[in-house]
Structures are given as structure tokens and as C-alpha cells.
Write a protein of this length. Sequence first.
Length: 256
Amino acid sequence: MIGQWAWLMNMILVGFCSATTVFVSQYWGIKDIKKIRRVSGVSIIFALIVSVLFTVISLVFTRGVVRIFNSDPSVISAGSEYLKCVCFSFIAVALTNILATILRSVENVKLPMYVSAFTTVLNIFLDYSMIFGKFGFPALGIAGAAIGSSLAELVSLLFFILYTRSRIDCKKYGLDRIPKFCMEVLKRMLNVSFWTMIQNFFSLSTWFLFFLYVEHLGERSLAVTNIVRNVSGILFMVLMAFASTCGSCLLYTSPS
């Protein structure tokens, strides 16, 4: 259920990541590192703005957000408890996605894969430990799942930053400094990403509405939709990864 709220944020970020891929891949093809730095900086700032906005809304209007997706009092109570904890991972998720997009656009695809694998393993371990009280952790139930997920994302972002600094020349891509905001670059990127966001909205809104309506039917229906969403997500991830790779290959232009 909370995944639907996070999905809204991801829809915006995925649309903007498409613009990041377009510009960084093109500039990488002609080896214009200066422009890659500008695009990278604007992308990071945009990701921070969106994720902070969603985090603040989740903290201030917690029950209101959950009530959009379900009207059952017990579900609203449990969902609010989960959202208050998991919303702290939104910033880490946004920054990780943007950094991964930048690296993939400059043909460094293995590092984001390593980070994703690390995040998945750590998330599984922390969720299991903090939900059921294993390995010295307290049994926190649904709050443990949220805290575990948030910790996994935060640790993974730190791992991403440290591993990136040790493996690539961060100075070359402007990742070693505070990003600078450039309105001209942002406008150009929004001209591309806005339409991608609209496309994502229309193409995925049917699924969003389907899950939204079904989740109002009760706890059993909610559990079923979560299973269906997770299974369908496997195919979705494969197709999105292949589409992202195709886009980068088409946009990349060799200097020769």
C-alpha cells in the first residue's frame, strides 16, 4: 500500500532519470565532460527536492496519505506506523537512483548492479532481524520492516558513495563537489522528462487505479494485490533494465 505512494515519487524520478540518460549519454559520446558535470549537478538537486518534498508530506500528513489508499482503520494505523519510518529512506533512494543513472550513462554498469545486490541482501537481513527479533535485534513487527528498509537504503547510499570514490574519478564527473543549480539546464531536462512522466502516468495509471480500488476492499484483498504486484514487478524490472540499456546505446555517439 505504501508502495503506491513511493511509486508516485519514483514515477517522477524515472521520468527525470530518462532526461539525465539522454543528456549524459550524448555528452559522453562526444566526451564533453563539462556538460556532464552540469547535468549531474542539476539531476542530484532535482532528486533532493522531490524526495525531501515526499518525505515532509509523509511526516506531516501521514494518516491522510495512507487514507488515500485504504479506509480500514486497522490498515490505516499500521500503514501510518510504517510510513513514518520508511519515509526517511526516500532521499537515499532518490540519490541512489540518480547516481546509478549517471554511472550507467557513462558505461559504468557494474557498480550500480553491485550496489543493488548489496541493498537487497542487507534489506532482507535487516527486515527479517527487526521484524522477528533475530540476531540480537528487537522484534518490532511492521515498524521493524520500515526501519530495516530505511537503514538498508541509507547504508547502501553510503556504500555507493564510498565505493564510487574508490573506483572512479569523481572529480571528472563533478561528483566530488556540491552540485550547482542551473535553471537553463533544468529547463532543457524538463522539456524531455516532463513528457516521459506523462507517458509513465498514462501507461501505469491503469495498474495504479486497479491496486488503489482493490486495496479498499479489505485486508485480504490488500494481501493478494501485494503478491500480484511483487510478481509482476519482476518482469517489469527486466523490461525496464533492457529499455534503459537500449536507450543509452542509441544515444551514445562515438567521437570517431
